[in-house]
Design a protein around this ligand. Structure first.
Ligand SMILES: *[C@@H]1O[C@H](CO)[C@@H](O)[C@H](O)[C@H]1NC(C)=O
Ligand SMILES: *[C@@H]1O[C@H](CO)[C@@H](O)[C@H](O)[C@H]1NC(C)=O
Length: 380
């Protein structure tokens, strides 16, 4: 459509393929358009990428190579700590003293002060303005050493088919990959996240409103594990004051915690995700207004599927119970599938009316969920 005004042969001859977002968002962020039909731009340097993301223009920004931010803002050496959780030394995670975490008791009894040296660029991500599409070409779009922040009123943003990696993975507080806070209409699709210091995804305490996270790969395989077992603990943390979050089709693997942790006023629809090799816990539902529907997912080798439920959850516990979803979600909820995993069976229904009038993602049977459709290089 974008090059409809060019004869097809000319478009091909000039090497210009019709580059753009593939597909459209399902679930709460349905209708997001990002940069829409803006002429694609191809940043060539990290500075240019930052400027395209931060400016006030609607933009389609295409990454056809790696953007390496490591070293671009220097390094810092200062006192941090080896927290009590790090019982395994160099294969554990030490911590930066961010928010006095090392000195206010959070690091635990027996933590010790140590010197830490970290890369500055990873500490604070790039601020993404409104009306942006950030997309990768094939498997080539990589952002190394810096995350993305959709904050301070940002809305209508699509991030698709890029890999965010290497944010001081050896350090707790080393950096967050994807941050949403005080935002609306955010779609994160087919994004891979690996080797992150802190959160792979975080929705902060302000309202993030409508967010869809679909077909992403959260790869927790790490040589610096807060749980000392090669698995990443800080996966997905949702604690917004008014958040509607759809997580559909994601592949979440080699994690050990917060996958996800859900608090504050969050309505989470967790559907058709593939959860594999979690040595700790998947869900931690930590407050009264945290409401979660869990349906049609695969839990394979997930040690503790539910750590605690202080909120309300409906986890599609039985075919007879699942039909209640029809009224509120527009479909019968799909049962989850469990292999060598802990159990999950909660049937709170009082909160299901919160789905009324919202865009709700569809659900397939858990047997149809595979990892092949998640991550970078598979959208076409
Ligand atoms: C985003 O696009 C909408 C619709 O065109 C427009 O009203 C709004 O001002 C834009 N936002 C920014 C920050 O440019
Ligand atoms: C984890 O990462 C290491 C280092 O890149 C790699 O050798 C290993 O195969 C990975 N393991 C899994 C299970 O992905």
């Amino acid at each position: 459509m974008r090059f409809a005004f060019l004869p097809a042969a000319l478009a091909l001859a000039s090497g210009a393929a019709a580059v753009g977002v593939v597909g459209s968002a399902e679930g709460f962020a349905k209708g997001v358009t990002g940069g829409g039909s803006a002429t694609p731009v191809y940043p060539s340097t990290t500075d240019e990428l930052v400027s395209y993301l931060e400016d006030d223009e609607a933009r389609v920004i295409v990454l056809n190579k790696e953007f390496n931010f490591i070293g671009t803002e220097g390094t810092t050496t200062e006192d941090g700590c080896r927290p009590a959780s790090n019982t395994c030394g160099s294969s554990g995670q030490d911590a930066i003293n961010e928010a006095d975490w090392c000195t206010n008791g959070n690091a635990g009894d027996g933590s010790t002060t140590i010197s830490v040296t970290y890369d500055n660029a990873a500490i604070l991500g790039i601020t993404v303005g409104s009306n942006k599409s950030l997309i990768g070409e094939g498997s080539k779009g990589v952002i190394r050493g810096k995350g993305l922040r959709m904050v301070s009123g940002a809305s209508n943003i699509i991030i698709q088919n890029i890999h965010i990696t290497e944010l001081n993975p050896q350090y707790i507080w080393g950096g967050d990959a994807l941050t949403v806070n005080d935002a609306d209409m955010i779609w994160i699709d087919h994004v891979k996240v690996s080797l992150i210091g802190r959160q792979m995804f975080v929705a902060g305490t302000e309202a993030s409103n409508r967010v869809t996270i679909s077909y992403c790969e959260f790869d927790g395989n790490t040589s610096w594990s807060a749980s000392c077992d090669g698995h990443h603990y800080w996966t997905v943390y949702l604690l917004g004051s008014n958040d509607l979050i759809t997580m559909k089709g994601n592949y979440i693997h080699h994690t050990s915690g917060r996958a996800p942790k859900v608090g504050s006023n969050t309505l989470l629809h967790f559907v058709n995700n593939y959860h594999y090799a979690n040595t700790g816990h998947a869900f931690d539902v930590m407050s009264a207004n945290a409401n979660v529907v869990v349906e049609g997912n695969v839990f394979q080798n997930v040690d503790t599927v539910l750590l605690e439920n202080e909120g309300q959850m409906f986890t599609a516990p039985s075919t007879s119970a699942n039909s209640v979803c029809e009224t509120y979600l527009g479909h019968t909820c799909q049962s989850n599938a469990f292999g060598s995993s802990g159990s999950l069976s909660v049937s709170d229904t009082g909160f299901l009316s919160n789905f009324n009038g919202k865009n709700v993602a569809s659900a397939s049977a858990a047997s149809a969920v595979s990892t092949a459709s998640a991550g970078v290089g598979v959208v076409s």
